[in-house]
Design a protein around this ligand. Structure first.
Ligand code: TYF
Ligand code: FE
Length: 401
């Protein structure tokens, strides 16, 4: 029997090629024919916010994204406004309620600005739903076609942790800009001269925070319902009690294009950053979205100039001889990283550079990570101590002890 080693049916995602993605987000080969729930990629990260009009501008200015589509009262959608933004292969949809009785306003009242949907592009919606249902998933939206003059998409949705859902989309028969109901529409914002072409190229991973004792439940959910595999990296009891106050495991689809780390609070000396999230988000939800860049120095310079605040890393991190020895040579002098507070981690496969924003909304909940991979398939385990100490300093500033 011949086995097909499947990469991805589409070899180029906009102008981010498959080979670029392999390096950007760390892909592996796998046998798609044996996958009960084959996932192509992230389709979109869907945010519900208090003011979609202003938030869409924020992602254009600070994250260099490009507005490509819109749905709202002017296009016949009286309930809410929805802006579609792109950067390389990444798509964000920013949504906010317009009518006072919009369900989105209830979502916002409960959770503040947050992520409602980690939408996935799949090749066969019905096959995925049939499998997921058999494995006990809650189907929120039964498979159905939605059409306009640009073709047809097939859509369904299953429930994940908290109020988060996974919409499944087959867009292989659709040529429109996003989905039926959306019109192509650029924003009025114009990038300044000299701005990087892109601040990031892809979504690398999306992290969920779940309640104490529920991490393994959700890992098992992704294994059983969506055929996701466990990745090697995890934060266990040992690390948790010493300093991180959280436990974490990572699941990924077959080729690792879609990676979902899952955190739960750990009982530690101080209030866990995960407990703080759960309290302010009002339950489980998406904690951070990691965005892959091929030039994290330019990324950070652009974002800082636009007013984005990153977690501080003390100079001692960079001056630590043990870190220097472990890191070895990276593509830029350590001084360049130190100046920008970019963290470095190395494992047996290579290294990665990463940095974390402070929470970007009003509540201490959702934040972003920018990551530049050079072979490493990890998540920065070697940085957890420095990272979690920085997060705790921020918790203290918020009066959360
Ligand atoms: O995604 C990850 O697992 C890494 C590490 O609050 C991490 O980015 C985990 C928890 C957290 C911040 C970063
Ligand atoms: Fe991360």
């Amino acid at each position: 029997m011949t086995e097909t080693i499947s990469h991805s049916p589409d070899k180029s995602i906009d102008d981010v090629s498959f080979d670029q993605l392999r390096q950007l987000v760390g892909l592996v080969d796998y046998d798609e024919s044996r996958d009960p729930f084959p996932v192509k990629s992230m389709d979109a990260v869907v945010f519900v916010v208090g003011n979609a009009t202003q938030t869409a501008l924020f992602y254009q200015v600070a994250f260099g994204m490009e507005q490509i589509a819109y749905s709202g009262p002017e296009t016949g959608n009286r309930d809410h406004k929805s802006y579609v933004l792109k950067s390389g292969s990444a798509r964000f949809v920013i949504t906010g309620g317009v009518r006072p009785d919009s369900a989105l306003l209830d979502h916002h009242r409960a959770h503040g600005d947050g992520v409602t949907d980690l939408a996935l592009e799949v090749t066969d919606v019905d096959k995925c739903i049939e499998w997921a249902r058999k494995q006990g998933a809650t189907v929120l939206d039964e498979p159905h076609d939605v059409s306009d003059e640009h073709g047809t998409v097939r859509i369904a949705a299953i429930a994940a942790y908290g109020q988060t859902r996974h919409t499944l989309i087959d867009r292989s028969r659709y040529t429109g800009v996003y989905l039926p109901g959306y019109q192509p529409r650029k924003g009025a914002y114009r990038k300044p001269e000299g701005a990087p072409k892109r601040v990031f190229q892809a979504v690398d991973h999306c992290v969920g925070n779940v309640e104490l004792g529920k991490m393994d439940y959700w890992v098992e959910f992704y294994n059983r319902v969506m055929g996701f595999v466990n990745m090697a990296e995890f934060i266990g009891d040992d690390i948790a009690t010493d300093y991180s106050a959280l436990m974490s495991k990572v699941v990924a689809n077959g080729n690792h294009r879609v990676k979902f780390p899952l955190n739960e609070p750990a009982v530690a000396a101080r209030k866990s950053q995960i407990d703080e999230y759960l309290e302010f988000y009002g339950g489980p939800g998406v904690q951070h979205i990691a965005l892959a860049t091929n030039d994290i120095l330019a990324t950070v310079d652009h974002m800082r100039a636009a007013g984005i605040e990153f977690l501080e890393t003390p100079d001692s991190y960079y001056d630590d001889p043990e870190l220097r020895a472990r890191i070895g040579n990276v593509r830029v002098p350590i001084e360049e990283l130190k100046r920008r507070k970019i963290l470095v981690d190395r494992d047996e496969d290579g290294y990665l550079l990463q940095i974390f924003t402070k929470p970007t909304g009003d509540r201490p909940t959702v934040f972003f990570e920018m990551i530049e991979r050079h072979g490493s398939l990890g998540f920065g385990k070697g940085n957890f101590k420095a990272l979690f100490e920085a997060i705790e300093r921020e918790q203290d500033r918020r009066g959360n002890l």
